[in-house]
Design a protein around this ligand. Sequence first.
Ligand code: SF4
Ligand code: SF4
Length: 739
Amino acid sequence: MGSVQIVTTILAFAITAVAVWLAVRAVMKMVAVIRLGQPDPTRFGDPGTRTKTMLAETAGHTRMLRWSVVGAAHWFVMVGFIVLSLLVLEAYFEVVSPTGGLPLVGDWAIYGLVTEWLAILGIVSILVLIAIRLRNRPTRPGGRSRFTGSTMWQGYFVEGIILAVLIMGFVIRGFKVATDHFEYPVWAAPLSHAVGGVLPNWAAGVSLAALVKIVISMTWLIVISLNVTMGVAWHRFLAFFNIFFKRDPGANVSGLGALRPMTSQGKPLDFEEADPEKDQFGVAQVEQFTWKGLLDFSTCTECGRCQSQCPAWNTGKPLSPKLLVLSLRDHAYAKAPYLLAGGGKDLTGEEKATAAQLAHMDVLALAEADRPLIGTAEEGGIIDPDVLWSCTTCGACVEQCPVDIEHVDHIVDMRRYQVLIESSFPSEAGVMLRNLENKGNPWGAPQNTREDWTKGLDFEVPRVGEVDDFEYLFWVGCAGAFEDRAKKTTRAVATLLNEAGVKFAILGEGETCSGDPARRIGNEFVFQMLAQQNVETLNEAFEGREQSKRKIVATCPHCFNTLGNEYGQLGGEFEVVHHTQLLAHLVATGKLTPVQPVDGGVTYHDPCYLGRHNRVFAPPREVLGSAIAGGDGASGDGGLIEMPRNSERSFCCGAGGARMWMEEKVGKRINVDRVEEAMSTGAKTVAVGCPFCSTMLNDGVNGKGAGEQVEVVDVASVLLRSVKPEQAPGDTERAPVAG
Ligand code: SF4
Ligand code: SF4
């Protein structure tokens, strides 16, 4: 070993020792913070599926590849990072000896070939990612960037380090070529040979370049170890765990559909026995999230995909799902020293730690612990109430997140505490909640008018109890029973089912609100009250039937989601379909035949709770395709004009998450944004599959004074016009002309 190698070896191992020590300390700190969260025993079941999903999402980049160029570039960088680790390991042999290399594979041409090309593609990919970050930098003129609020230096730092390490790999190889100690032929390592062609024959160059490479790599490790909230770097390790422990292990997108039940100490809360002094009601302190919640916050890469798709953020509201997650993460880590010292408030608000335990506590941690989780900037709040209440629970953030963060569950958990314990929520929603408690529907309509929509139909609508051989129980929903536009959809669906010879029956006055608005606003108590009543009624209606014959058809995606995905949590297991699914089936099987083509162009707005939350994208399009063709033999969605944001990336109408009953005071109205997009297609018909979307988009069209040019109408009414043109005009939902 020459004198150069003695120096390079000492320096390389010294910096490595420091970096590894700091990294171990950082990992222990992160584990300690995550363990502060509440238990969640549901995250461990079905390890086989969890492993499969985790491997598919990481090795296959199934979530990332939706953003194709970024996804592909990120894949190469990820693979490059793994290979890079081998090359960094190799550098430790090279600081010791210029001819050193990895044992076993170091002389193998195939290893040389694979690492050469992965490194080349890694360089190209990291340059692409840097260019994308620069192009979307928050300071660029015009528009809000997905990186707004991200810690930009951290992104550039991580990308710069990867680039530098990859380049140093070629410099090392170049010196080996120049000193004639390179084992791989030109065909296996062309770039290394090219670099070697311009470097001097200097053996010490190999060891010095290897030292530079190690110093760069260890600098990275030291910096990220000193910054445990640096998600852009730590997600490389944490994403595997976050994906493995996702809520719905087999689902591509986890955290949509049903909400996570309200839990205390890891057990679902039973309101019959729950005691607010002993049980946790929602989340009021960051440590009241589950450990998986804290892992979610730690894993955020700050990529801003969620932010770029969020309807609240895109219309100028203060809510960004990314900034919400980052605020919770930074707060959790800043408060952690106080919590780890035994601090914290019990459920009655009393301090748990003794004065002695807190005597030497860092003042910043103590100050952080004093901040309310929900509060305005003046109150020092972590999450502003306007942020919390801006969410429509549309799920666009969850859909986009490459590391499976479950934003909606966290937002609703915080709402639960605000509503149930603090009674703090937008006051205008109070009327809706009172109506739900007293009248069983959000509008406060008399229960005995639930069947008024049936009046004037030229056939009898059977009630459960009057008939027992029905195939489908038609769940009408509150909007479908009381709201004028939605009533037309209900009539259209009933008419079509009758036309197709489907045996169905309604509950009539036996139905109450499914509880969706109560649950999404955070009032789990009212939700459970309504849901238990409905589960009892439905179980009675289906008594004696096997599971496959407990079939329900619903026109409202919120009812569809709640009945199908959430009633199971309360003992109600049913086969629930949306009316567009059933209508698509009836058209496909020839039970309904469209005859009159729909002209003027049709576009379709995907309701969040039908599309994103429940993956029903094709059936409404198939129904519309058949109606547009009108018996001309075309099928599928031919003729439908898609909006730029459609299917998984559809843009919310603004009504979900009980926002339907709250005023929209900040920024542009979400429904107006969506209507402008729909109108930009030039279609005369905007088809919807949800009564709330219908109300919001109709309001948007009317607000723009475009009621004469554009019509918002349910998919069922479009089909009815095509199947029974003579009957449909009276059942249309033509938007009234503004003014
Ligand atoms: S659920 Fe929708 S509105 Fe709420 S934060 Fe996510 S993207 Fe934004
Ligand atoms: S999409 Fe996920 S990882 Fe990216 S910023 Fe949002 S929460 Fe973080």
